[in-house]
Design a protein around this ligand. Sequence first.
Ligand code: AMP
Length: 540
Amino acid sequence: MLKGLMMNRPLSVSSIIDFAAETHGDAMVTSSTVEGGLHRMSYRAARGRIAQLAHALRGLGVQPGDRVATLAWNGYRHFELYYATAGIGAVCHTINPRLFEDQLLYIVAHAQDRVIFFDATFAPLLAKLRDRLPRDLKFVAMTDRAHMPDADLPELLCYEELLDGQPDTIDWPELPEDAACSLCYTSGTTGEPKGALYSHRSTVLHALTVAVTMQDSMRSDRKVLPVVPLFHVNAWGLPYTSPLTGTGLVFPGPKLDGASLFELMEAEKVFSSWGVPTVWLGLLAEMRARGRAPEGLSEVVIGGSAASRPMIEAFEKEFGVGVCHAWGMTEMSPIGTCGLLSPTQQQLPVDAQIDIKCSQGKRVFGVDFKLVDDAGSRLPHDGQAAGELYVRGNTIISGYFENDGATQKAIDGDGWFGTGDIASVDPGGFLRVSDRSKDLIKSGGEWISSIDLESIASGHPGVANCAVIAKPDEKWGERPLLIVVASEGHTPSKEELLAHVGAHVAKWQAPDDVLFVEALPLTATGKVSKMTLRRKYVAA
Ligand code: AMP
């Protein structure tokens, strides 16, 4: 082999913000704030504040490799934390505030977070949990002195005071490109949440991939609004791809209802907005009430759960807003596919185009697909054969953070990652996700474990056997349905069982309905066949 003679510079997250400050310095980051009103700063100004924050983090004792947690909405300070932590070699650990309290405590402990930065909204939550959080955890409220929350938290620090007086320039340390830069836990698997630990290399490659794939939206004359949270897989990479391409970023803060999103999109002339199906229902209702789309809105990217045909039709046919349906996973940074049509497909009748858009799109560069059947044999990409989808690539985890057991289950002998999605791929490369082998329900973009619900329901004396499956739901995508075989001599009521389960879980995780059956169908290996139950009771 003859080796190439090219430089080998480590890819780094800080190079993205440096590049943006120099070449797209005037492009803006606009944020609807927790305090109220809009905040605006250019990428040039952001670079200065990020340098100040990086110095402040070092002042707090944050070392390379340390995890710095965030509990925050989509806003400029959260964006600054992404870059300041990564720039000094630390790791930005974004926490989903919608997690169960026990899960939240578990991941703070598992990640060994040193500091937690939080929006004032979450001060009561942290104050409630303070005695169960690690004793040496430092707390920083992401606001100025005038808006500091009145929270019972030890030695509470103020974000803007940390930045005050710090130099607004910094020479970033040179880090190996495989150094970790951010961490996101997924509850999209069974058991405790598992950490996907992204590297500088995977993050930069992902940003480049998204820039290439979405080249019509990610441009310096466009603005993009991530409704998808910064705590959900780095808002699908937008905080990196936007500065890289000079695309303006518009952060919605805590207000994600249809009217607030509509007004912000219109005021800022947002070109493209990204989010899970549930948030689009609110926006669509607002668009219908006003009889139009926000001025300037040309595209919505829908992912995280399947985009339904009525939703795609509403955006495209009623309002002329293009839909790009994407599929991905926390473990994939997250983008795996993109549903943009080829020039030939764009000539098809609208309904035929929508047929294609109902699929999950084509793989992006750098993500390889493999379909396998139950015996582990590879299946053809013929649009017919459906099997579990395995993926491989530089933006996909090679293992979970500090969790060898989960890693062994997720990665096969050839190094492919098993997605737990059942899918087919047609000869044109379009992926169609038809089912899920993982025992989970995705409601409004958040995971609910059917196994947890089953074990709670089984604790009721009237339940001999039970199963929880996902039932399609117009608003939430899926909702849990409890299917019960009653114990002999018992006739538990639906209300009684719902109250029993509801007493153990958050309201949004509790099943909405109970079905009573004589027996549960079993697979060849004697397990309850969820696939049969889904076909029988909730066929869409
Ligand atoms: P998460 O890691 O929470 O983003 O969840 C990833 C999982 O969400 C995937 O494995 C799928 O089960 C599901 N998912 C994501 N995007 C889609 C989509 N466009 N269509 C259907 N399911 C999806």
